[in-house]
Design a protein around this ligand. Structure first.
Ligand code: ACO
Length: 401
């Protein structure tokens, strides 16, 4: 084991906190989170109220600009986003070069990064009006690009945005409409999607948001910073968990539906398996988003008449874990990802698009945090380390090694 106190004596005082379990990287006015009480607020408004009463673009405005929009501000914001939903046709050439089975998160990260090349002012200018235009472009074009990934996987032509539709309906239309038949957006689906996006919209200094801030702290442009956040979100311990949850529940179903074997695997320290969708770095009581999503999963599946056996397995697994000493003592509860995949599935969204859905929701949070960082003039992020490698060594010629 590493003797930290000995190392500290050699290096001076450096806080070693791998994984930043107890180190704040910033102050922030955006999101309040109380892990003990299970509280989550955006700019002071409870997640329960926002999920129930607001719409996603209203919440995006709140996160980015600090206040809930009045009618005029809302109309202006939505109007601007609507005008920018088309994506430069040359972006398609980049997109077309990806193989059909490329993971949509890799494609999203690449194409958002490529946007900086289409808007080169993003890395040279720094005035707020200019930055605001990049914010609008990202919010507007991100769902359009996301739907390309799905359409390509199906071998279907892409759909252009229809700007008489609202944000979520437009997304659904681009995902699911076919040129050969009429497509009507189901308001139940649109509302459910709206709620899911709101619940994912920000979560203070999580892995992807911290990544966006760290990249942004070097004064990298907005597109590059968000692209890095997408890459961080992709991992199965972060946003990728929603895909991993459904894959785990499917595996349990294939295996006969019994959850005990999987609970035992999750508790076995020699087995790398973890119960996906369980546990959270900050929530040690319950995840308020999971509570809302669980209720919403019941409602959406009932309203759509979907009978998904995987929902029963999820319920059984949750109940077994909540009564198990291993999970109780470690304060491991279902997190936001545990039930979200079940709703996405009921809405017809394929499993490899789940993490992209998370990214669409998290986008305004990333933008708000990037903006806050920029406006604060905070120093470049540059953590320290304690060196544990070899001491000074003589160089050996290649023949002597
Ligand atoms: N299944 C089984 N055991 C678990 C799980 C789990 N899902 N999560 C944590 N544990 C155990 C750990 O093995 C550890 O046990 P120990 O004290 O005996 O060594 C203890 O609980 C504490 O866990 P840590 O890994 O130290 O907690 P940390 O805060 O670092 O990790 C994380 C949090 C990554 C979310 C973790 O709980 C996990 O891997 N969960 C599964 C993946 C997941 O659902 N991720 C989504 C997170 S939410 C989001 O990004 C939206």
């Amino acid at each position: 084991a590493i003797d930290i106190s000995k190392l500290r004596a050699q290096t001076g005082h450096i806080t070693i906190d791998p994984g930043f379990k107890n180190t704040g990287s910033t102050t922030s006015d955006i999101t309040y989170l109380d892990g003990e009480q299970g509280l989550l607020r955006y700019r002071g408004y409870s997640i329960e109220d926002l999920a129930d009463k607001a719409d996603f673009l209203g919440v995006a405005y709140l996160l980015i600009y600090g206040e809930l929009p009045n009618e005029k501000q809302y109309d202006d914001f939505v109007g601007k986003i609507t005008r920018h939903t088309m994506v430069n046709e040359d972006m398609r050439k980049i997109f077309d070069g990806f193989p059909v089975n490329a993971h949509p998160m890799g494609v999203m990260s690449s194409l958002v990064s490529a946007m900086s090349g289409f808007y080169p002012e993003s890395y040279s200018k720094n005035d707020m009006e200019e930055i605001d235009l990049h914010i609008i472009r990202l919010m507007a074009k991100f769902p359009t690009i996301a739907t390309w990934c799905y359409k390509k996987s199906q071998g279907h032509p892409i759909n252009y945005p229809k700007n008489n539709l609202d944000y979520t309906s437009n997304f659904l239309q681009m995902m699911f409409a076919l040129p050969v038949e009429d497509y009507k957006v189901d308001p139940i689906v649109s509302r459910a999607l709206n709620k899911l996006l709101i619940l994912h919209a920000d979560h203070e200094q999580n892995c992807s948001t911290s990544t966006v801030r760290l990249v942004g702290s070097s004064q990298a442009n907005l597109y590059s910073s968000i692209s890095a956040g997408i890459s961080a979100l992709w991992g199965p311990l972060h946003g990728g968990a929603n895909q991993a949850v459904i894959e785990m529940l499917e595996a349990i179903k294939e295996d006969g539906g019994g959850v005990e074997k999987y609970l035992a695997k999750a508790k076995d320290k020699d087995d790398p398996f973890r119960l996906m969708g369980f546990g959270h770095r900050v929530y040690k009581n319950f995840d308020p988003r999971a509570r809302i999503i669980k209720k919403s999963a019941d409602e959406v599946l009932a309203a759509l008449g979907v009978d998904d056996p995987v929902l029963d397995i999820a319920r059984g697994l949750e109940e077994a874990a909540l009564n198990d000493e291993y999970f109780i003592s470690r304060k491991l509860y279902p997190n936001v990802d545990f039930y979200s995949g079940i709703i996405y599935r009921a809405l017809g969204i394929p499993v490899n698009m789940f993490t992209v859905m998370f990214a669409i929701g998290r986008l305004p949070g990333w933008i708000a945090q990037w903006l806050e960082l920029r406006e604060s003039g905070q120093a470049i992020g540059r953590p320290r380390q304690i060196y544990t490698g070899e001491t000074a060594r003589e160089f050996k010629e290649i023949g002597d090694r």
